[in-house]
Design a protein around this ligand. Sequence first.
Ligand SMILES: Nc1ncnc2c1ncn2[C@@H]1O[C@H](COP(=O)(O)OP(=O)(O)OP(=O)(O)O)[C@@H](O)[C@H]1O
Ligand SMILES: [Mg+2]
Length: 330
Amino acid sequence: MSEPVISVRNLSIRYRTRESMTYAVDDVSFDLERGQILTLVGESGSGKSTVGMSILRLLPQEADVLSGQVLFDGTDLLALEDRALRPLRGRRIAMIFQDPVAGLNPVIDIGTQVAEMLTSHLEIGKKEAKARAIDVLREVGLAEPTRIAKSYPFQLSGGMCQRVMIGIATALNPEVIVADEPTSALDVTVQAQILYQLDQLRREKGTAILLITHDFGVVAQMADDVAVMYAGRVVESGGVREMLKSPLHPYTHALLGTLPRVDGAQRHLRQIPGHPPEMAERAERCAFIPRCGKAMNVCRNTEPPGLMQPEGATHRVACYNPIWQGWSSK
Ligand SMILES: Nc1ncnc2c1ncn2[C@@H]1O[C@H](COP(=O)(O)OP(=O)(O)OP(=O)(O)O)[C@@H](O)[C@H]1O
Ligand SMILES: [Mg+2]
């Protein structure tokens, strides 16, 4: 095991609006190691984006970080002054969002946008930045980079815009990329190309990637490690092979049961019966109980379990009654 480049420790985040409170992230911890892809996976509303945004402190105003740390090279990013965080953002840690078009400025041409990012972090002149911008576009596999540099976002497809965003995110060789559903707005072929590109970055440059997705197919294809989130908590975490082979948490089982078939017959996840909870209060019990077929008295009478590694298991689960079938055959 190599040393983590990002360590999230006991992170809890609440949204407070005039109408409601949402305990979106509750006591989340994980490590992202150098050169590894860690996927955060879970249903809509489980807190994945909130965790992702907190790393670069891009949370909206109504979010309060109640507790926890995001350690980057031993420094807590959540405790840094804005002034100290700014040079890291985009340079050592970069973010890629789901909607590439929204991430680009509609009235500035692509070449200028890439060049501006370069001049904001590097001591180079405009002319050199423009020239380098073309290289950046070429490196992310865009044919005719000179023409694309002169284009505006609306003149490009979603997939091309996402490549531009990956170019912007990776141009300065960041140590970490947080990619929040980077392909879910794109069609299947383009999705595969973009994922390939991210994987190549990891292999060639050793970039660590936190990949947020609700798609276990993407997890199976890309991840080294996985953290499964449910209602703001990590309910299972470990290496992707162990988890796919022997999922321990009833929720992970349910998610895997909805994995799209290889023949592509069912691309979208079937719904797991029931709904995730509202999270208007901090959960006093495991939030999966209403949807769980294995809940026991201990689940109903005890606070939510933390991650633990059952004897014989090779990864961790937050469940008092995990599913053991994988182990009995050993
Ligand atoms: N700005 C906000 N104000 C209030 N509540 C919010 C805000 N952003 C998110 N939430 C709530 O916080 C919870 C976690 O949201 P988050 O966007 O992190 O989930 P997610 O796992 O990324 O979901 P998705 O898969 O839909 O992107 C949800 O209940 C959501 O409604
Ligand atoms: Mg999200």
